[in-house]
Design a protein around this ligand. Sequence first.
Ligand SMILES: Nc1nc2c(c(=O)[nH]1)N[C@H]1C(S)=C(S)[C@@H](COP(=O)(O)OP(=O)(O)OC[C@H]3O[C@@H](n4cnc5c(N)ncnc54)[C@H](O)[C@@H]3O)O[C@H]1N2
Ligand code: MOO
Length: 396
Amino acid sequence: MITFKEAFQKVLDHPLDLGIEIVSLIDSLNRILAEDIFADRDFPPFDRATKDGIAIQYSTLVNDGHTFAIEGEAAAGGVQQVLNDKNNCLEVMTGAVVPEHCDTVVMYEHITIDGGKVTINEKVTKGQNIHYQGSDEKVGTLLLSKGKKISPAEIGVMATVGKAIVKVMGNPKICTIATGNELVAVNETPEPHQIRKSNMLTIESALLNSKIEASSLHLLDDKKEIERELKKALIENDVLLLSGGVSKGKFDFIPEVMESLGVEKVFHRVLQRPGKPFWFGIHPELKTVIFSFPGNPVSTFANYHLYFLPWLQTSWQLPLDNSYIKLSRGIKITRPLTRFIQVSTEVKEGMFWATPVVENGSGDLTSLAKADGFICLEPRTEEYEVGEVIPFIKTR
Ligand SMILES: Nc1nc2c(c(=O)[nH]1)N[C@H]1C(S)=C(S)[C@@H](COP(=O)(O)OP(=O)(O)OC[C@H]3O[C@@H](n4cnc5c(N)ncnc54)[C@H](O)[C@@H]3O)O[C@H]1N2
Ligand code: MOO
């Protein structure tokens, strides 16, 4: 059996080229940007008034007690106005182009208007209340780099530079496959010996967090059916995510069927808990990548986060996330398995701390809802101490 570190590396050694997709701006949310985004003009694109009030020429203020006649008004969305007489002012609205010959804006709260004449009541600084053209970014500046995850903030930036369509990293075509005769649909009432299938809905919803829509299959423990369905699935998809049927049971057909269909086993079984009977392979001609996770719900969930998500990051040519957390309780981990322990997290004195959740093994799927992630503990002779900083895999 190989170690977790070896298995992890082998998975990362088999990335797929997922290409690039072109999507509408709004559909790019939560996708990975596949192009650099530049400023198409100066930001802001003109000297912009930042207050509602009047625009004046500052030099006029040297005459104490000067009052300004109102020449007209400048509204946001209107072309630039011109102040004809420097002794006058123009009313100006936030977002309007600062009128020609004006260099200062005074807000309404600081002036009095009486009979069409304006008196300024507060000290004025030359240039106040103007957001100067190009003071945020100059035309041609790189605003967003390829590889960035697109959040609503990036959508706003791309909208302002006129990106109606966006290049994003391609998604793999994925089929999630549940196996086992004991499984019934969520809307069915299980017989006493049956359970509802939950693993693949967990995985399908996790994929939606990465904006990937997957198809799904349920295979009964019938070798012929498994063979027939997997053959099709291997051709039609880039990735298969399976759950169940990979340990030692008489009906655990997945590894042998995969190999009979020409899938190359990269490894089977890893020195880890949960998730030990994980089977990973690739079809050398079809290039399909197969993650066959152990069926216990915590094992499927753990291995999705431990292996599939880093594989996806690598296929998208992104760096891997490395998170660490402090341990709130001492733990002893003996050889030979790497342990992934479900923890809840809390912030104390500005640091994140992890506390193991109460759980009942890898079949206890209710424990998933108590945890914020897994801590990764390698076996070692000394106990892990309170306050020790350890790797953390976030799951929410
Ligand atoms: N003799 C051995 N037995 C087992 C070993 C072993 O090394 N030797 N490993 C154990 C470990 S660890 C795990 S994990 C499981 C994994 O077994 P399989 O991958 O073959 O999974 P199944 O037997 O099909 O299912 C296990 C368990 O999970 C439930 N399950 C399966 N699919 C779903 C689903 N889609 N939704 C909800 N629950 C699901 C299934 O009903 C079983 O209870 O093997 C141990 N045995
Ligand atoms: O993969 Mo198993 O998770 O150790 O129950």
